[in-house]
Ligand binder design. Structure first.
Ligand code: PEP
Ligand code: MN
Length: 330
């Protein structure tokens, strides 16, 4: 970062600046010429520190601002799970939006496994916009998901709504942070210590930077097994439920070595768009997909319009593998 001083800055002003820089342990060198004084700070400067510096009335502007370096960006890497190297081997996670009383979950897990999915997902605590919509079966569903995973042999993924349920999720393999909880910092901190991989969804109104900061809470807390998941953001466009941000998928792949997945279901909102969005995500670099399925969508109490059947899922698994092979040679 370069600090440009106003021409009227006095020696006392410069001393105040140098005192602040040294109290904040920010290294700097002074350059002057043509009546212009600059302080060049080669190291990282945090947003809070930038605000302190630019608050001096004699500071003209800050240039070349550099964001804090995030460990999840510089050190994040693919990791092994469920017989796959996540971040390198394509992985499809599939299953119903929510567990229901009348559902044979073991059959649902077996069915997605036969279609080529490598992990089983299902919701137990559903974050619904309206409190009158189906809220999920809670802890009973968590146990049913774990059981279906055991019988089918697929690792399980389930959204944990709060850190207070960590003990109830002991038998779930991968803990999902829902889009609405992406900035629940207490939950993120607890997941940093939980010892299980985390699938972190991007908030519908969050930037990629905010997603990476959320990821850093978990990573810097000691948990480096994180899957980032783009699930569509809110824009002015209404043709899909959310706008799948494929540009950010490509950009995240350049920012971090952590696995980057996409959830085309919550982006599409309707089943006829799920395959196209899946392939677009994989072409942009997504290492995996999370897809909502249902054998009988007419009975699904949540997100039935976006649930795909087994045939569509099997088609997506094989065409996604072709796209990845053509685009990335793996
Ligand atoms: C889900 O995956 O079931 C879900 C609720 O997704 P999101 O948090 O992205 O809305
Ligand atoms: Mn859903």
């Amino acid at each position: 970062m370069i600090i440009v001083l106003k021409s009227e800055a006095s020696a006392a002003d410069e001393k105040a600046l140098r005192d602040l820089l040294s109290s904040q342990k920010i290294g700097s060198s002074r350059i002057s010429g043509d009546g212009c004084v600059l302080y060049v700070c080669p190291g990282a400067v945090s947003e809070d520190q930038r605000q302190m510096i630019s608050g001096f009335p004699f500071v003209e502007k800050l240039m070349g601002e550099k964001r804090e370096e995030l460990r999840c960006e510089s050190e994040g890497k693919p990791f092994e799970y469920g017989g796959l190297l996540l971040g390198r081997d394509l992985c499809v996670i599939a299953g119903p939006c929510a567990v229901q009383e009348d559902q044979d979950l073991t059959e649902a897990a077996g069915s997605v496994a036969r279609c080529g999915a490598r992990m089983f997902r299902a919701g137990a605590f559903k974050p619904r916009t309206s409190p009158y919509s189906y809220q999920g079966m809670g802890i009973k569903a968590v146990n049913m998901i774990a059981e279906a995973g055991r019988i089918s042999g697929l690792p399980t993924v389930c959204e944990i709504p709060s850190e207070r349920y960590l003990d109830d999720f002991t038998d779930i393999d991968i803990l999902q942070v829902g889009a609405r909880n992406m900035q629940n910092f207490e939950l993120l901190r607890a997941l940093g210590r939980c010892g299980k991989p985390v699938l972190l969804k991007r908030g519908a109104g969050s930037t990629a930077d905010e997603l990476m900061y959320a990821c850093e809470y978990i990573f810097s807390g000691g948990n480096e097994r994180i899957i980032l998941c783009e699930r569509g953001i809110r824009t002015f466009e209404t043709s899909c439920r959310n706008t799948l941000d494929v540009g950010t998928i490509a950009s995240l792949k350049r920012r971090t070595g952590l696995p980057v997945f996409a959830d085309p279901s919550h982006a599409a909102g309707s089943r006829d768009l799920v395959e196209a969005l899946s392939l677009a995500a994989v072409a942009a670099g997504a290492d995996g997909l999370m897809i909502e399925t249902s054998d009988d969508p007419h009975r699904a109490l949540s997100d039935s319009a976006q649930a795909v059947g087994c045939d569509t899922l099997a088609g997506i698994v094989s065409s996604a593998a072709c796209v990845r092979e053509i685009a990335y040679g793996r």
